[in-house]
Design a binder for this molecule. Structure first.
Ligand code: GCV
Length: 717
């Protein structure tokens, strides 16, 4: 009995230590081990003086106190006034005394409403450090930035930092259902415990807000775009209000998805026609009801007339009618509408990749001021690699916001280590040429290309109630990286990986260097073992887990992988050039020209735009068939190399996270081989060619791979 109890005790101790590390994300605040750095920090932070007293200010002081005492081993003194030197003074513009305001005037002029200043000053002849901004949330951003400087062991001796976010709406989209399942969620169930809300406030809600604020995320859409109207009933709005109250001090606004047919489903109306007066009034009253509860409610995100969701077209109206009607309802309260452009129809025989552009581009300039159109990064659907969406840059009179997917629907779920900032960066850096050279997607998104006032980036969240929030410890880096890029779309993924590793694991260069390189490589690895050379959407259908290039029996043609790869005896790939669907014509002439010609098309996108023969010569002299097979093999080799790198890290980090990642990489390696073998065996039927030297022989038959079924794969509703 005793030994059983002992074992249980032991297990629960090690379990909670494990849970704690994983749970703390990038806010570990580990003790600083470098004595020189620790000394410098101690010298410069003799006390904390908080000049403000709002809820946010209190959160700021608490975060500083916790962070600093955990990193330095002793609690800094909290002072009520600026006495002595080497204090850390925190306070927003209005709380600064006139002398400080004068000292910081130039810096305050440089930042926007959410920007911050971290500066070493000499105030009344004494050296001090000050963190300020135009309001208390901006100061909180500064504080998290300061703590990050400490976590990454940077000098704080002589600071002079001003930084402002480049986009206004930096938002997570939770595809969370009211029954707590998460569409395309691979980290457990939804964080939102609707049954216990509004009375029970889970500590997780607070830690979620902290984590988001630490990377500058300022909004969250709580519910799935495949929306349930019930969220708009008073029974649920009371719960939403409770969450909004938790998030407010952290500068996070709450948004909801609006089901277009809600006036019928919960309002007892006969129609949801956006031109119907009763419908218009219903939405106006609903908005008023929400704002009465939540005065800073952000607005609605809407998926309409897409994949079976109701919308204005059900009543012979268009997207502009629908979006503008909702925009009018929230405008008096300062709300916005994020209207999604993710549309394609089974009644449209056109190439799916062309449909969103064809439908939305003509609406340019027709939306109300408080509407922003949310566009996925590519024209199909969050593939391991897609060329940038042709709508970017093509709607100069309409604000467009980016929709990235942080959850790995098409990238191995939460089992595969894939560092997504690399993918995000590739998209943001893409040059649309819509206003000449240098018209990058980032400039469309941050509004500098067309001087849009409303700007934003959304990320489909990868968060659930798993102990480590995201299923894979490294998937935390994708949440982190998304936030950092939403703040500054020009950051590079190397910087993000470096920061995240230092804050999450260790500052030891021997750990950082190889692991950062592994993260950077991981994105190309997944492309190689799943969809090399521009292949796309060949995942098994429905759940999208594993390969399914053979699937061809679904009712909607564009749901079948065979629609996308078009492999036959003559070759492989989707001809989107002039000789095919002419999707290339949706890009600016410079890009159209580049993509339209197989010889100039970047090889990474070749099969996205061209159907080429199995003997087509690649730039490295290989035939297409050999090159494709070698790419699949390269992907597998890259995962093996990731394992080698990881296996060397044991001495630098805790054994719990080390082991967890090790096991996950073993699964990733197995699944990379599964992808390689299944795809090559399938495509070989058409190419009729042997595998080239260097490609390992498959260990199973094509029939075996085809027989695999996953009826309960997660995230599939
Ligand atoms: C929320 C893809 C996903 C769907 C998702 C949809 C969307 O089709 O598979 O699960 O639905 O995108 O973005 O609306």
């Amino acid at each position: 009995m005793t030994s059983v109890r002992f074992v249980f005790l032991f297990l629960s101790i090690s379990f909670s230590a494990f849970a704690q590390k994983d749970y703390k994300l990038w806010l570990q605040y580990d003790r600083i081990t470098n004595p020189k750095i620790a000394l410098e920090y101690k010298k410069n932070i003799q006390g904390i003086v908080s000049l403000g007293n709002s809820e946010t200010d209190q959160v700021s002081v608490k975060e500083l106190e916790n962070g600093i005492s955990s990193m330095l081993g002793n609690k800094p003194e909290i002072k009520s006034e600026i006495k002595g030197e080497n204090n850390l003074i925190i306070g927003s513009q209005n709380s600064l005394n006139p002398d400080l305001q004068k000292d910081l005037k130039q810096d305050l002029d440089k930042i926007n409403d959410e920007g911050f200043i971290i500066k070493t000053i000499h105030f009344r002849n004494k050296k001090q450090l000050i963190i300020s901004g135009k309001n208390d949330v901006a100061v909180l951003y500064g504080i998290f930035n300061f703590l990050r400087l400490m976590q990454t062991n940077k000098s704080i001796e002589n600071l002079n930092i001003t930084d402002s976010p480049k986009t206004n709406i930096r938002i997570l989209n939770h595809w969370d259902n009211l029954d707590r399942t998460v569409e395309r969620g691979y980290a457990g169930f939804s964080l939102w415990n609707w049954q216990k809300l509004p009375d029970f406030i889970d500590q997780r809600y607070i830690d979620y807000a902290r984590a988001n604020a630490s990377i500058g995320i300022n909004g969250t859409v709580l519910t799935n775009v495949n929306a349930n109207a019930l969220i708009l009933t008073s029974q649920y709005l009371e719960k939403v209000e409770a969450l909004a109250n938790v998030f407010r001090p952290y500068g996070i606004k709450v948004y909801l998805t609006a089901r277009f047919s809600a006036p019928i489903e919960i309002g007892n109306l006969k129609t949801a026609d956006p031109k119907d007066l009763e419908v218009i009034n219903w939405w106006k009253n609903k908005a008023a009801e929400i704002y009465k509860r939540i005065p800073d409610f952000g607005g609605f995100l809407v998926k309409a007339n897409s994949e079976g969701q109701p919308g204005p077209q059900n009543y012979g109206r268009d997207h502009v009618d629908g979006a503008n009607m909702l925009a009018d309802a929230v405008a008096p309260f300062g709300g916005i509408i994020m209207w999604r452009a993710f549309v394609y129809s089974e009644h449209d025989a056109n190439d799916r990749a062309k449909q969103a552009y064809a439908e939305f581009q003509p609406y340019d300039g027709k939306f109300k001021e408080n509407v922003i159109v949310q566009v996925k990064n590519g024209a199909i659907d969050f593939q391991p690699r897609e060329p940038f969406h042709p709508l970017f840059g093509a709607m100069p009179k309409t604000p467009l916001m980016m929709e990235f997917q942080i959850t790995q629907e098409y990238l191995g779920f939460s089992t595969h280590l894939v560092f997504l900032p690399k993918l995000f960066q590739e998209v943001l850096e893409s040059d649309t040429y819509q206003k000449g050279k240098g018209s990058t997607v980032a400039k469309v998104i941050d509004g500098t290309l067309y001087q849009n006032k409303l700007t934003g980036i959304a990320g489909v969240a990868n968060i659930g109630n798993d102990l480590n929030w995201t299923g894979h410890p490294f998937a935390q880096a994708n949440w982190y990286g998304f936030g950092r890029l939403a703040w500054n779309p020009y950051l590079d993924s190397e910087t993000i990986a470096d920061e995240w590793l230092r804050c999450t694991f260790s500052n030891d260069e021997n750990f950082i260097k190889p692991v950062a390189a592994m993260m950077i490589e991981s994105r190309e690895a997944v492309v190689n073992y799943m969809t090399p050379l521009g292949l796309h959407h060949i995942m098994d259908t429905g759940h999208h887990y594993g390969p399914g290039p053979w699937v061809s029996n679904l009712s909607r043609p564009e749901w079948n992988p065979t629609y996308y790869h078009k492999a036959d005896k003559n070759g492989i790939g989707f001809d989107r050039s002039k000789s095919g669907t002419n999707a290339t014509s949706q890009y600016a002439p410079e890009i159209e020209k580049l993509f339209d010609n197989a010889a100039t098309c970047p090889e990474q996108d070749l099969l996205w735009f061209h159907h080429v023969s199995w003997d087509y010569k690649l730039k490295n002299g290989q035939t297409l068939w050999n090159g494709l097979a070698l790419k699949y093999q390269e992907g597998v080799n890259q995962v093996k190399e990731m394992q080698n790198v990881w296996n060397q890290t044991e001495k630098y980090i805790d054994s719990e996270r080390f082991n967890e990642v090790k096991i996950l990489l073993e699964i990733q390696q197995k699944e990379a081989k599964w992808w390689r073998d299944a795809c090559l065996l399938y495509f070989q039927q058409f190419s009729g060619k042997e595998l080239p030297v260097g490609v390992e022989k498959p260990t199973q038959s094509l029939e075996y791979f085809k027989s695999l079924k996953f009826p309960f794969a997660p995230g599939n509703g």
